[in-house]
Write a protein that binds this ligand. Structure first.
Ligand code: TYD
Length: 211
């Protein structure tokens, strides 16, 4: 089973991924976690390029670098793990590129990006995508509380994040089967319960009811 988490920086993905990871392990599953960009030697190098505030990157190159890191993670980590029967949890996947580069940078229309993502991942699509939805102002306030400095992406400005948030909403609405949309302002425990319910719905072996 392959689960991805999406949302603005500051939406609480990491906390919820940790909760889910623990619950899946308690249920006897082996869990492999990946973060994007990153996760392999090559992808971590690409990550430091992408987040470096002192290295300007034009939007087209940005789209390709995020995608190059993803292609590597798919072949090196995600596919082998799924073949072994592990559960893979990805902190961001191709929806981040659609939202940040497609929506935020205004780079490409979603139809073109759909084909592109299929090429990049060689057809790998998450079974479930948890979108932790937060308004861009609250996300910014959370980021400020967490760290005084922005990485290159975070320094892109509030208008950029408004466009990213809008793109996420459009994306989630266009694929209601794959996406579960949750209000990221809810208490941690409430969100963790909701996510667990959805994971069990998708993986019948965990004791949940399938749709
Ligand atoms: P990271 O620190 O991992 O984000 P988070 O705050 O979610 O932990 O940094 C990743 C940054 O890169 C984040 O701002 C989102 C952005 N990003 C893209 O713009 N496109 C992508 O395809 C991915 C995977 C991330």
């Amino acid at each position: 089973m392959f689960i991805s988490f999406e949302g603005l920086d500051g939406s609480g993905k990491t906390t919820q991924i940790e909760r889910l990871h623990a619950r899946l392990e308690a249920a006897g599953k082996t869990v492999v976690r990946v973060r994007e960009p990153g996760g392999t030697a090559v992808s971590e190098r690409i990550r430091s390029l992408l987040l470096d505030p002192d290295a300007p990157i034009v939007p087209r190159a940005e789209l390709l670098l995020f995608s190059a890191a993803r292609a590597q993670v798919c072949d090196e980590i995600i596919r082998p793990a799924l073949r072994s029967g592990d559960v893979v949890i990805a902190d961001r996947f191709f929806d981040s590129t659609t939202a940040y580069q497609g929506g935020g940078r205004g780079l490409a229309n979603p139809d073109w990006l759909g084909d592109f993502h299929r090429f990049v991942t060689d057809g790998l699509v998450p079974d479930l995508t948890v979108y932790l939805r937060l308004d861009p102002e609250t996300a910014l306030a959370r980021r400020r509380a967490r760290s005084a400095t922005d990485d290159r992406m975070e320094a892109s400005g509030q208008k950029f994040f408004d466009r990213v948030a809008k793109a996420y909403d459009t994306l989630a609405a266009s694929e209601p089967e794959r996406f579960v949309v949750l209000n990221a302002a809810l208490p941690v425990e409430v969100l963790a319960e909701a996510i667990w319910r959805d994971v069990r719905r998708v993986d019948g072996n965990l004791g949940g009811a399938r749709r």
